[in-house]
Design a protein around this ligand. Sequence first.
Ligand code: FES
Length: 73
Amino acid sequence: MSSYSVTRCICHKRNFEEIKEFAEQQSFSSVEELQAEQFCSCGCGLCIPYIEMMFETGRTEFEPGEYYKASTE
Ligand code: FES
């Protein structure tokens, strides 16, 4: 893992741990549901692919651009 990790939605000032916990409490399984509550991902949208990976893997820390690398392998 690189020295810099992607761990948060910068626009909403929420880390992925907090987002994962909220999603679990609400039984959410998509970014759209989080956006509907305006909990995260309503700003620049750069966090969206990472949050999608969070739902897929349960992880809350990612390498920058990891989703892109995964989609090209
Ligand atoms: S980083 Fe999440 S919307 Fe900008």
